[in-house]
Design a protein around this ligand. Structure first.
Ligand code: ADP
Ligand code: MG
Length: 695
């Protein structure tokens, strides 16, 4: 199973090299895990006439009636036509031209398989899989596997079909002992899962469609099961083995704040989360909790109360924000809220001067700084704590997993960790990415919030939109106008921003109106001072890029205009919209777009105008983009499933998760005989799963 791939008949040194580089196939087992994309029924040949623009893939058999090299250099291509009794189809190659040219002989009949496109009403196949047609098939294997391949591999003759020969070669040489069962017998029976060996054989060379489906089902289950196994064993082990600081009491600071300083009533959801945190921190084990709550749901107050709890028990806390602006803002609000209490709060960011830094670092080390707010500057090695007991990570998705892990190393006993995220993620996704954390939700907004009205307008309505802003400004409110920044380094994006800024200025001339601008090319101080001018209402309009996206709080702002809204993802749009609707006034969000919209773009705008509910939006986002592209998950690598898809296989994910938890709770060390297959397999794969990297 672990023999190097070159040992296989048909794999030369050159092909072996390419297989490693292109598809990470190192050994036989890797090849067996290179699953087919689909199977073609070799007995079925489509008539060319029957192809329509809704045909996805087709297999046609026809005589080569023309072949021609066209274009030059990068647009060089080979164009050929196949004719059957019903029509003609065009085949075209931009790559692998020489290979196709050699194979294609005028007058010969070919079997071509590929994706169908239509060009000027005529069917076309680009980069068809091609072979000489030898009468009707011999049907020894009627479902023939087609594998994903790459252009480089194809150029060396390893196209989607050629892989089949290699895979068959491996399968011929193995038996069940090479691929031992890795799931407990009981699970196989309970969920009617095919055995592992059978499933791997059948996914490549299915005896029937039914067998294929069963094989896929079994292998998907296996993927989800072991993914959950990794993260759940982390979680359960942590509960068992990692000691945590015990917060014995609610003390003076917490009580005084709660009774005299709290500016509002907590929502029930906030109270529930506090209760969960209190229970965790009182248990003697380390807390690792994910707190999800929509924008504006009041996560910061939960964090503050928890940090007071820590201070009452003699511990220091940190609150880590992803940007300077946000750290500064947290610092301002929190020091204001704590102004009547004897709590030492400090701010530490990348732009804290060396002079100001020294006493802060000293205070952290000797324990006088009770609450340190900052950016990732607070987890640098130079920052040493006397007794860090509680750490809050705000807006999780801007922090890498590695950064989170550094918090652990700040003490011998790790601090309790509360991870807060404002980009709601659907439950399935949370279970996958943050499955090693315990999970809390604030599913309720503070009372009295007016829903934000969201509309979509085309760019030609910009003058009317600007007039609307004028009306709002006349009422004493403020407005944001946001431009997309696709890439931090993109010149075009900045040019658009600057053009936009000039245009906004022409609508809102000084000195009647004042505008500030914030973008990523400014220094931290520039950003800061521009934000401040807007926050203190010295300017009425803030023109900016998404640097303002996360967390910024200016309750007087009531209009959010998003330029080129079609270019933003759903979660980003929702985040941006969340910058308004924070005060008592009615707020508006205007999504401006060009007239040409993709289907997905249109769908996103539809959802945004239909709902304010972040969790609904997140579900939809997951559906539209797939898990790998979701905000906050890209860096996690937690989605490298070969077969499973957490959107489509949601139910299976839950089942796998529950099975894993049941097994681990019953037999945490996997010492029971029935769990031996599982244990052996898990140990053999350790370090190969991306989940092992999650802190
Ligand atoms: P987020 O969850 O997006 O971080 P914040 O913590 O910034 O939300 O809270 C948004 C606003 O709501 C803040 O101005 C905060 O003071 C206020 N707030 C928080 N909790 C409540 C509550 N229970 N009642 C009224 N206002 C609240
Ligand atoms: Mg927040």
């Amino acid at each position: 199973m672990y023999s190097p791939i070159e040992y296989l008949k048909g794999v030369s040194a050159v092909r072996g090299d390419l297989l490693r580089k292109e598809l990470q196939i190192f050994c036989y087992r890797d090849l067996l895990e290179h699953y087919p994309l689909r199977h073609v029924d070799k007995t079925k040949v489509d008539e060319i006439r029957s192809l329509t623009s809704s045909t996805e893939y087709a297999q046609v058999a026809g005589k080569l009636v023309s072949k021609q090299m066209m274009g030059e250099k990068s647009s060089k291509r080979l164009v050929a036509h196949l004719q059957d009794q019903t029509g003609i189809i065009e085949l075209v190659w931009f790559q692998g031209i020489n290979w196709a040219d050699k194979l294609l002989q005028m007058g010969q009949t070919y079997l071509a398989f590929g994706k169908i496109g239509f060009f000027m009403g005529k069917p076309q196949m680009a980069h068809a899989e091609l072979e000489v047609f030898v009468s009707q098939p011999k049907t020894k294997q009627y479902l023939e596997p087609i594998y994903p391949s790459t252009e480089k591999l194809k150029a060396k003759g390893l196209n989607g079909k050629a892989f089949a020969a290699l895979t068959q070669e491996v399968i011929r040489s193995i038996s069940e002992k090479d691929l031992p069962e890795n799931l407990p017998q009981e699970l196989l029976q309970q969920y009617k899962l095919m055995r592992r060996f059978d499933a791997i054989v059948q996914i490549h060379l299915p005896a029937s469609e039914q067998h294929y489906r069963q094989a896929v089902r079994r292998l998907k289950f296996e993927e989800l099961f072991f993914a959950q196994f990794t993260i759940q064993s982390l979680r359960i082990n942590r509960h068992k083995t990692i000691r945590g600081w015990k917060f014995e009491k609610l003390g003076d600071l917490f009580n005084r704040f709660y009774e005299h300083e709290l500016p509002f009533q907590l929502t029930n959801a906030q109270k529930n989360v506090l209760r969960e945190i209190r229970k965790d921190t009182g248990s003697g084990h380390q807390m690792n909790r994910l707190l999800q709550g929509d924008v504006g749901s009041g996560k910061t107050m939960v964090a503050l109360l928890s940090m007071l709890m820590a201070a009452d028990n003699g511990f220091q806390s940190v609150l880590m924000a992803p940007t300077e602006i946000l750290a500064q803002q947290h610092y301002n609000t929190i020091s204001e809220q704590l102004k009547n209490l004897p709590v030492n709060v400090q701010l530490l960011t990348g732009s804290t001067t060396t002079k100001a830094r020294r006493p802060i670092l000293e205070g952290c080390e000797n324990g006088t700084v009770q609450l340190l707010i900052g950016t990732h500057a607070i987890i640098e090695d130079k920052v040493i704590f006397k007794n860090l007991g509680f750490a809050v990570v705000d807006e999780q998705h801007k922090f890498g997993v590695a950064q989170r892990a550094r918090l652990w190393k700040k003490n011998q006993i790790p601090p309790h960790i509360l991870v807060m995220t404002a980009t709601p993620i659907p439950r399935t996704l949370a279970l996958t990415v943050y499955g090693d954390l315990d999970y809390s939700v604030i599913d309720e907004l503070p009372p009295g919030r007016q829903p934000i009205t969201t509309v979509h307008r085309y760019e030609n309505a910009r003058p009317q939109v600007m007039d609307f802003i004028k009306e709002q400004l006349a009422l004493g409110r403020q407005a944001y106008i946001i431009y997309p920044l696709i890439e931090e380094s993109s010149k075009v994006d900045y040019e658009n921003l600057m053009k936009g800024f000039e245009e906004v200025k022409s609508f809102f001339p000084e000195p009647k109106y004042w505008i500030s601008m914030v973008h990523g090319k400014q220094t931290a101080e520039q950003k800061e001072s521009n934000m401040k001018r807007f926050a203190s209402a010295d300017t009425q309009i803030l023109v900016g890029t998404t640097v303002i996206e996360v967390g910024v709080n200016v309750p007087n702002a009531s209009v959010m205009v998003i330029e080129s809204a079609e270019k933003f993802g759903l979660s980003q749009l929702h985040q941006l919209r969340g910058r308004v609707g924070r005060g008592a006034e009615k707020s508006y969000c205007v999504l401006l777009t060009g007239s040409k919209l993709s289907n997905d773009g249109r769908e996103r705008l539809k959802i945004m105008t239909a709902t304010n509910d972040g969790f609904k939006i997140a579900e939809k986002d997951l559906e539209l983009r797939g898990p790998g592209e979701m905000e906050g998950t890209r860096q996690s690598g937690a989605f490298e499933f070969k077969l499973a898809n957490i959107v489509e296989d949601k139910v299976m994910l839950e089942v796998a998760r529950e099975s894993v938890i049941a097994i681990l709770e019953n037999d945490p060390d996997l010492s029971l005989p029935e769990n031996q297959p599982l244990k052996q397999y898990f140990q053999s794969r350790k370090g190969k799963t991306p989940w092992s990297k999650i802190s």
